[in-house]
Ligand binder design. Structure first.
Ligand SMILES: Cc1ncc(COP(=O)(O)O)c(C=O)c1O
Length: 385
């Protein structure tokens, strides 16, 4: 292709290939066990696959309504009322999206204007900051520290200005595996009270929560819910990250703005899949057992790793386990993750990349959403260090 000589000004000059693609690519190249990228190593339920086939054969192959098929939105509204006692109007307050990332991007694009400040707690999922920058917003980073990543609400309160338009929260959290508590939610309610701040609550791991704790959705707190856009992902819940279907909930006046952007970026989402998901969601067991399933995985991985030189950090939710390698090496986490992949054959993600300004605490993130034989092989290799 002849090179275009025009003057192109990058909108994201610092963005490169994501670390997830890099580490997965390296894992494939050297034949390492891939515990880096956060995708489940389990098959999608046969039932859900056959429901999808049925929907395709039934002719659900043309555009769905822009906000999603109504029956799926109704199912979601029912679930929200059931689990969090919050009533959402499926007509005006629920939109089906092409995965969680699109919902996050659309919410930020629709609600953030040039110069608006957005508070981002770090380490954080890597799509938040670029989406803020593309909207002309200014990310205000709050770096949190291991092992518990407590949120300094009083400090955050001091950083709120006239320009603060949004706070992004994520519970259960990627990459740390921490969860927000009822106390956190009350603090959040307190610091946003009387402001115009919108909360963007990333709850894609809502069902992956352990030790008998309850997911603290912002939807449980009426004052918070009234100023929140909440993002969920079917990919995480049904072991189908490649399907890229999720949804966003929010009060009608915010959702109206969200849909204005959604209709011109995605318009509507895979129709047959929406029909299949509606039928599958009718059986609550299809999502309510997920916490127990992953708790067993977490416990098994932690048990396998006992006696290793890695220090195991608390993991209260999500399918990520942080391991501290500071008693093994003083290398930078980015370098150590690469060496571990090449020499030991286990791929992980260095946690410093989840900060805008790298904070290196010698921590690696391992995804334990894998079959036991994969976890066993990985642990055996890690224990050889
Ligand atoms: C915290 C968080 N939010 C959102 C997403 C994106 O979800 P989806 O795959 O549905 O776009 C992910 C995926 O890894 C995530 O970890």
């Amino acid at each position: 292709m002849p090179e275009f000589k025009g003057n192109i000004r990058s909108k994201l000059p610092k963005a490169g290939t994501t670390i997830f693609s890099i580490m997965s690519g390296l894992a494939n190249e050297v034949g390492a066990i891939n515990l880096s990228q956060g995708f489940p190593g389990f098959p999608v339920s046969e039932k859900l696959i056959s429901l999808y086939h049925d929907a395709l054969r039934a002719g659900h192959n043309q555009y769905a309504p822009m906000p999603g098929i109504f029956t799926l939105r109704e199912c979601i509204a029912e679930k929200m009322e059931d689990l969090y006692s919050c009533v959402y109007d499926p007509e005006a307050e629920i939109t089906i999206t092409a995965g969680g990332t699109q919902a996050l991007y659309t919410a930020i694009s629709a609600l953030i204007h040039e110069g608006d400040e957005v508070i981002v707690l770090e380490p954080s999922y890597d799509s938040y900051v670029p989406a803020i920058q593309l909207a002309g917003g200014i990310p205000v980073h709050i770096p949190l520290q291991p092992p518990n990543y407590f949120i300094p609400w009083e400090e955050i309160k001091k950083l709120i200005t006239q320009k603060t338009r949004m706070i992004i929260i994520n519970t259960p959290q990627n990459p740390t595996g921490t969860t927000l508590t009822a106390k956190d939610m009350l603090q959040l309610e307190k610091i946003t009270d009387g402001t115009d701040i919108i909360i963007l609550s990333d709850e894609v791991y809502e069902h992956i929560i352990f030790d008998g704790n309850e997911h603290q959705s912002v939807a449980r707190y009426p004052k918070l819910a009234s100023r929140s856009m909440i993002v969920f992902s079917f990919g995480k819940t049904f072991h189908a990250t490649g399907w890229k279907v999720g949804y966003c909930l929010g009060p009608a006046h915010l959702m109206k703005e969200f849909r204005k952007v959604h209709q011109f970026t995605v318009f509507s989402v895979n129709t047959a899949l929406q029909h299949a998901l509606t039928a599958y969601m009718l059986n609550k067991e299809n999502y309510m057992g997920l916490g127990e399933f992953y708790q067993e995985k977490r416990d098994y991985f932690q048990k396998l790793m006992k006696g290793s030189k890695f220090k195991i950090l608390p993991c209260l939710g999500s399918y990520f386990q942080l391991l501290d390698y500071s008693s093994i090496s003083t290398e930078k986490d980015t370098e150590y993750a690469i060496r571990l992949t090449k020499e030991i054959g286990v791929a992980s993600i260095p946690v410093s990349v989840f900060y805008s300004v790298p904070h290196d605490y010698h921590l690696l993130r391992f995804c334990f959403a894998k079959e036991n034989d994969q976890l066993e092989k990985a642990a055996e290799r890690l224990l050889s260090i």
